[in-house]
Design a protein. Structure first.
Lengths: 845, 315
């Protein structure tokens, strides 16, 4: 929203003379609304002057005029002394003039116009590719700058002719900016933080706040009154749930011939980013900008015709499903039951709050209008806004909840400013509401803010912006007088205050709302800073947060993997590529693109999708992992009926099963997790769950019957989908269930005081004997002998892939807890190994 | 004469001094002897160093600038990296933890009740539009702010109030807004929420806690200021800005918008079963991504979710 600082300053009395614009803008930014930008209009209108056209002679064979202009005292700045003499000669006048070629049909001698001097930038081009004027020849005539039309000045769309200036408002040589209030700063404020402030969507409301911020009482505008009139027939019938108040007036249109002179209204509208259209529309727009109350005009005669009755009744009602209505912009919409319609005896004539209907549009033949000033349910209008994509200045204000109290006063102001005599005035306000007083103690306020404001400071702050403040025990019957303004010291320090919000503050309901007003207007930055005290109890860390922290340390710092983040939403295609069931994903109905449609079921697919790009940028052996949430519809809902979310570790590694296994075993060892692993069985539930893994080269993590995740090599067919041609391994681990696992107990420190024996051992075994079986057997044998021992793998040797046997080599280190092992004892141990492994068909070599 | 020979000659002289002991009066013998012993210790140590130096002169020097000796394999170390967003989040949580805040995490699929209803957004209120939420076919919402967890935090830690303590919790999480990604906008980003409820909470405490946090975070003292904000779930509400810390590189100075904050609306407490006449609280929430972008002068927010190793390896 654009706010003219000049308007604000004109409407707040008593602004300290030494307060700079910058300081004022800073205060607005810190106490009312974020100021996103400030535009200084002055540079845009630099070198734009009011001039008098002394002569305008047609240039033969063209539509152009050769003009001599008098720019008053500034003329001399633009003329060489010699030129001055020569123009004085050519025009035969004593006053030196400047020559300008002008193409506008309305240029004529004697008029005042706006001249953009050489060196000026055409204001309409100021924010784009700037066009700077100079002295140049047109049809052989020297032309200095140009005479400007409304659109060139960026004040409207009109390009019919140059604008004419009322001789009563300016003199030749005056700066155009100074004469028309364009030496202004326009604040661009952020609407979002005013969502709850309908009053601040009008300049008056904004000015009131500025007064409050400066600690100045705001002088409220005096609204004219309007009494019901029924010279012409018109009735109104509203539904208070849809339209709390509907006020309207019928009158004959005043003379709306286009004004001859540039009107201040055009400038006012331009500052708000709006354009002048015609006097009635301009007035409704100006009142909306000032008061925040939108107005709408219907053609009265068309309304009567549409109604088909002699006494037309404006009925406000909900739309029927698919009820059609042609709007002013020519489009026909299909209404929804959430839309509110203004109807003439049930025939729709406007989409309430949004746009008028084509059938009652004001056109050049309109003689008589109905001017509507109403307020509607913001909830309905919000839906209308969304359903039909209408984001006008009016609906923006209506959806903030304009107060019912202002419809009639603003209508009265419109009637007065237009200078018309109302022929009918109807004000339908079936359930008038008045703001309820709110009880507040000085202590409540200071305890919430952490301040020490006195009752009179609080009262004054609130009164400045129109609140009614009384000191009173809150009894409905008590009729205490209002606190007199500036009553410092007169109110008891811990008084109870009875505060009533002004009618335009539809957002004030509870004490905290009032406290916010006081804290904000007096400046949150003036609140002293303190720190809370707390008992010395240990803070709780979310176990998942802690686990992720540990995993990150191990995976990145110890195992050399890279932590990545990828989107939670993925494409259907990515699910299909990894053989996951897209129908098990929660789907976003309003997604930005098909790439971001499905909530992911696992992390691994997202990471697989990233490998190719990293390979293309030159990275070779790497591993990526991510710790993040996943969900599937089949996980079901939580007791609070939201989707069950699971946190997974997803990991991809350029390497084979064993490269990944070594890392994962190291990880679980460090985490002290009692996880085991087993072959992923094709067709098993686990295999279904991780369908992108090649079961022949994959394993599941288990503990008891529970599966915690799986790891292994990606299926060749899946790799092809991702255009990858090297072996990639992946792991998907369910961290939620991992958190339920008991930690491995701390193992007691075992160390014999007697020397340890070291032996290498090679077993010749059948090629298909699982390594784990041989290892288990060694383990059992040494344990059975009551030894302290370590078994380290040395090698696995198989001469050719088709050989029937392989050699498994181990390094053994063992000691006895109570005695030195002598040669006989060592032989006995090695012999027991030989015997034991023979049960596997293995021989010691 | 070499340094070593000099030292050895000195030792010889010193040894000769011992003979003098006998000539001294008994009372002086002890101190004199102790001084000689100390001198001798120092000389012997110097001689040992000089001998080692003489040996080293024979050792051929290596090229310390090389990663390995010629013909030797280069030593390899695993070099993994942590995501800068996660590292920052850890840092932030570490500070809050030390200040005494509990930590809980935010979920990535939530519902209308937690996202809006429990936070005092009237049903169908236009304020809901400001959050540009995504929705699933089942009308679940990938949350647009970590405030979606406020209600849960208030319920989960309510027992602390009954025990005479306070609720103090921070909630990091991933949030989503329906907007197209460009260099400065992401539809997926991280926030951290803070909630504190006690019998004595005040707005001045809130500003004090937040100022302290940012000072701990940037390791320097900072000025803060506010601008008004509007959130249906806090009353009063404000936006907190900090003065640009000296430790942040990059152009310009001035103020950085850090987070939205305010005193928890009584309706939010009431919905969570906390009596707003007995307890008051404050809450705040701010983005993490921008903190990281400022820290490393990142010019494109989309790096974060790209999994590009060129980016990840820089951290």
């Amino acid at each position: 929203m654009k706010i003219s600082l000049q308007y604000i300053k004109q409407h707040v009395a008593g602004i300290p003379a030494d307060l700079t614009d910058q300081q004022l803008i800073q205060l607005i930014g810190s106490r009312l609304v974020e100021v996103e930008g400030v535009e200084d209009l002055a540079p845009k209108y630099q070198k734009a002057y009011i001039v008098k056209v002394v002569s305008a002679e047609p240039i033969e064979g063209t539509h152009l005029h050769l003009c001599q202009i008098d720019a008053g005292p500034v003329t001399a700045d633009f003329l060489e002394p010699a030129d001055a003499a020569s123009t004085a000669e050519t025009t035969g006048t004593a006053t030196p003039t400047i020559q300008v070629v002008c193409g506008a049909p309305n240029v004529h001698a004697g008029m005042l116009a706006v001249w953009l001097a050489p060196g000026a930038i055409v204001p309409a081009t100021y924010h784009g590719e700037r066009f700077r004027l100079s002295v140049r020849k047109l049809r052989g005539y020297e032309s200095h700058g140009m005479l400007a039309a409304l659109d060139e000045l960026d004040l409207g769309t009109d390009h019919e002719g140059i604008i004419e200036i009322d001789p009563k408002s300016a003199h030749p040589g005056d700066s155009f900016a100074d004469a028309f209030g364009l030496g202004d700063l326009i604040l661009d404020v952020e609407n979002k933080s005013l969502t709850h402030r309908p009053d601040c969507f009008g300049l008056i409301g904004f000015a009131r706040e500025v007064a409050g911020i400066l600690g100045l009482p705001f002088k409220e505008p005096e609204w004219p009154t309007l009494t019901p009139v029924q010279e012409l027939p018109l009735q109104v019938q509203t539904d208070p749930d849809l339209c709390p108040r509907y006020s309207c007036a019928v009158f004959d249109l005043p003379d709306t011939r286009p004004a001859r002179y540039l009107a201040p209204e055009a400038i006012f509208l331009a500052k708000a980013g709006m354009r002048t259209i015609d006097p009635v529309v301009d007035l409704t727009n100006i009142l909306m900008l000032e008061t925040g109350q939108p107005l709408h005009a219907f053609d009265y005669d068309k309304l009567v015709a549409v109604s088909g009755q002699t006494v037309p009744t404006l009925i406000v009602r909900s739309a029927q499903p698919d009820e059609p209505l042609q709007l002013l912009d020519g489009k026909t919409i299909q209404c929804t039951p959430d839309d509110i319609l203004i109807t003439a005896n049930n025939v729709p004539v406007a989409l309430a709050g949004a746009m008028g209907g084509k059938n009652t549009e004001i056109d050049p033949s309109t003689r008589r209008v109905v001017l509507e000033s109403a307020t509607f349910s913001l909830y309905h209008l919000r839906k209308t806004q969304m359903a039909h994509g209408i984001f006008s200045e009016a609906i923006t204000r209506f959806t903030k909840g304009q107060p019912a109290a202002l419809t009639l006063p603003v209508l009265a102001e419109a009637v007065q400013r237009l200078g018309v005599q109302p022929l009918a005035v109807v004000d339908d306000y079936p359930c008038p509401t008045t703001p309820e007083p709110i009880k507040l103690t000085v202590q409540d306020l200071n305890q919430l803010l952490g301040t020490a404001y006195s009752a009179s400071e609080i009262a004054e702050t609130l009164q400045n912006v129109g609140f009614d403040v009384r000191t009173a025990p809150l009894k409905p019957t008590s009729d205490q007088p209002a606190v007199p303004p500036h009553s410092a010291g007169k109110i008891p320090k811990n008084a109870s205050l009875r505060v009533t919000a002004p009618v335009w503050r539809t957002d004030i309901h509870i004490p905290a709302d009032v406290i916010e007003e006081v804290g904000r207007l007096r400046g949150y930055d003036n609140i002293p800073l303190t720190l809370p005290t707390r008992p010395f109890l240990e803070a709780e860390i979310d176990p998942m947060f802690h686990l992720k922290h540990q995993l990150r340390d191990l995976l990145s710092d110890r195992l050399g993997l890279h932590e990545a983040l990828t989107y939670s939403f993925i494409s259907r295609q990515l699910l299909e590529k990894t053989h996951l069931d897209p129908t098990d994903s929660y789907e976003i109905t309003n997604s930005i693109s098909p790439e971001l449609q499905c909530f992911r079921q696992q992390i691994t697919p997202s990471l697989l999708d990233k490998i190719r790009e990293d390979l293309k940028s030159g990275h070779r052996a790497f591993g990526l992992y991510e710790l993040n949430q996943v969900s599937q519809k089949s996980f079901g809902l939580t007791p609070e009926r939201t989707p069950v979310l699971r946190t997974d570790l997803g990991l991809v590694l350029l390497g084979d099963f064993y490269a990944l296994k070594a890392r994962l075993l190291a990880l679980f060892h460090d985490l002290k997790l009692p996880l085991e692993y087993a072959q992923l069985t094709p067709g098993s539930a686990a295999a279904e769950q991780y369908p992108y893994l090649e079961p022949a080269h994959s394993a599941v993590f288990t503990h008891g019957d529970q599966v915690y995740g799986a790891f292994g090599e990606i299926r060749h067919s899946v790799l092809t989908q991702f255009k990858l041609d090297q072996t990639v391994s992946a792991c998907e681990l369910n961290l939620d269930t991992l958190l339920t696992l008991p930690s491995l107990p701390h193992q007691s420190f075992q160390h014999s005081k007697f020397p340890a024996v070291e032996r290498d051992l090679t077993l010749k075994v059948s090629a298909d004997l699982p390594y784990g079986r041989a290892l288990n057997l060694l383990d059992q044998t040494l344990a059975a002998a009551g030894l302290y021992y370590q078994i380290s793998p040395l090698s696995i040797y198989q001469a050719t892939p088709t050989d029937a046997t392989k050699h498994l080599s181990f390094h053994l280190r063992f000691s006895h807890p109570d005695r030195t092992l002598d040669a006989a004892a060592i032989s006995a141990i090695m012999e027991s190994i030989t015997v034991a492994v023979s049960s596997l068909g293995a021989t010691v070599i | 004469m070499s340094k070593l020979e000099n030292l050895k000659a000195e030792l010889k002289l010193l040894n000769a001094e011992y003979a003098k002991i006998k000539t001294l009066p008994p009372a002086e013998r002890g101190p004199f002897g102790r001084e000689l012993n100390a001198k001798k210790q120092r000389l012997l140590a110097a001689i040992a160093r000089a001998e080692a130096d003489a040996e080293s002169a024979e050792v051929a020097p290596i090229d310390i600038s090389a990663p390995a000796a010629p013909n030797q394999p280069f030593p390899t170390l695993p070099r993994g990296t942590k995501h800068p967003l996660m590292t920052e989040l850890d840092h932030i949580i570490d500070i809050y933890s030390r200040m005494g805040f509990d930590v809980m995490e935010s979920g990535q699929l939530d519902d209308e009740f937690h996202m809006f209803d429990s936070l005092n957004f009237p049903e169908g209120h236009p304020a809901r539009d400001g959050y540009d939420t995504f929705r699933t076919a089942e009308n679940f919402i990938p949350p647009a702010h970590t405030s979606t967890m406020q209600h849960r935090a208030l319920k989960r830690y309510q027992h602390r109030l009954a025990e005479g303590g306070q609720i103090a919790v921070v909630i990091p999480g991933r949030v989503f807004r329906n907007e197209d990604a460009d260099a400065t906008h992401e539809h997926t980003f991280y926030q951290c929420e803070g909630v504190l409820v006690s019998r004595t909470a005040t707005m001045s405490d809130m500003f004090g806690v937040l100022k302290h946090f940012f000072e701990a975070y940037y390791g320097e003292s900072l000025k803060i200021k506010t601008q008004p904000g509007y959130f249906p779930f806090t009353e009063p509400s404000a936006e907190l800005l900090i003065e640009k810390p000296a430790s942040l590189a990059g152009k310009g100075d001035g103020w950085l918008e850090m987070l939205g904050c305010g005193m928890i609306h009584p309706n939010v407490l009431k919905t969570a079963g906390i009596d707003p006449t007995l307890y008051r609280g404050y809450a705040w929430g701010g983005g993490i991504d921008r903190l990281v972008m400022l820290k490393y002068q990142l010019d494109d927010i989309r790096y974060f979710e790209s999994a590009k190793l060129d980016f990840l390896e820089a951290f």
